[in-house]
Design a protein around this ligand. Structure first.
Ligand SMILES: Nc1ncnc2c1ncn2[C@@H]1O[C@H](COP(=O)(O)OP(=O)(O)O)[C@@H](O)[C@H]1O
Ligand SMILES: [Mg+2]
Length: 334
């Protein structure tokens, strides 16, 4: 539905995005994930029409919109800072776009009430001033203001970043549900990998103005395409070539003995499993958090970490000797 082809975006002489190619399907929840400054916002603003690319095209439903004005694109946008009109009440903030389009009073009223219901804003809240609302409620208003225009696509740029952790997780669930119910194609920008994994149908990992990988959360996490993606997307072990050679000696799977290998913490088992290589470790440290414990083991002169679900009985003591089992099929190499 959305197709970026050979997009290059510049600020003066600085190339913020180099040759971006990406296709997003109708109805998808698609996320741009990456560290600050990698070009996520720039790409989104280019789609919305605030920035023109130096090169390349953007198509929506096979129509070239590269140079179309913002208001002709039917794309809604919600920012990290809510950017609400401070002098208007909630109702007028939400109604703004419809008033500009000169819809009748009755129709405006009906549509504002309808969207408010969907987005869980009470009638009482509609007639409050925006400054009387909490951050989470203000962000709902910003979302309602964008959605009421019935855009084909909605773009959300770090919409939850200004909220505290608990509220963020709550709103995340609501946002996902709303997106499913409405089936609207959604582009979401975040630097938070957990948010990206839980919300997205697919995501693109950005690094330094380029896309490193596009895939489902499972693919990005378990089949990371590059060392950058591997390390950005969560905690990981970096196995030395020494350890890789030991794994090779015990299995039929051939890993590259000259390279390091990357394995996720939760793929390491402390119980024997078929086809896994056994390595002997000494417990150096542990972080107990109730449900899980993260262990740091000394294995062949390097640290290997694992995450174990606690059973309320066993906790390995510092200095203890433990066997680690590694599945060669989960080792990623670059
Ligand atoms: N208006 C601007 N003028 C000049 N450089 C900019 C401007 N906006 C962003 N940049 C630069 O472009 C790069 C990408 O920025 P941005 O898209 O905001 O990153 P992200 O949203 O991933 O944090 C950064 O190096 C940033 O400093
Ligand atoms: Mg940004």
């Amino acid at each position: 539905m959305i197709e970026f082809s050979n997009i290059e975006i510049k600020y003066g002489n600085f190339v913020a995005i180099q040759n971006l190619n990406l296709e997003i399907q109708r109805g998808e929840f698609f996320t741009f994930l990456g560290p600050s400054g990698c070009g996520k916002t720039t790409t989104l603003r280019c789609l919305v029409g605030f920035i023109r690319p130096a090169r390349g095209t953007i198509q929506v439903d096979h129509r070239d919109i590269t140079n179309a004005p913002v208001e002709k694109r039917e794309i809604g946008m919600v920012f990290q800072s809510y950017a609400l009109f401070p002098t208007m009440n909630v109702f007028e903030n939400i109604a703004f776009g419809l008033r500009v389009k000169k819809l009748s009073k009755a129709e405006v009223r009906q549509r504002v009430f309808e969207i408010a219901r969907k987005i869980d804003l009470s009638e009482e809240q509609l007639f409050k001033n925006v400054s009387q609302l909490s951050g989470g409620q203000q962000q709902r208003v910003a979302l309602a203001r964008a959605m009421i225009m019935q855009p084909k696509i909605i773009c959300l740029d770090e919409p939850l970043s200004n909220l505290d952790a608990k509220l963020r997780i709550g709103l995340r669930g609501e946002l996902k549900k709303l997106q499913r119910d409405l089936g609207i194609t959604t582009l979401y920008v975040t630097h938070d990998q957990e948010e990206a994994l839980t919300l997205s149908d697919r995501l693109a990992v950005f690094n330094n103005g380029q896309i490193e990988q596009v895939g489902t959360p499972f693919e990005i996490y378990n089949k990371s395409a590059s060392r950058f993606v591997c390390e950005f997307i969560g905690d990981i072990n970096n196995l030395s070539p020494n350890v890789i050679r030991e794994i090779n000696a015990q299995s039929s799977q051939r890993l590259d003995p000259e390279k390091e290998g990357f394995v996720r913490l939760e793929t390491i088992s402390l119980e024997r499993k078929d086809g896994f290589a056994r390595l002997s470790g000494i417990v150096k440290d542990s972080e107990y958090d109730g449900v899980f414990t993260k262990y740091h083991f000394d294995v062949m002169g390097q640290t290997i970490k694992s995450i174990e679900k606690n059973d309320g009985v066993v906790l390995f003591e510092k200095g203890g000797q433990v066997d680690l089992f590694i599945n060669p099929a989960t080792v990623m190499q670059y």
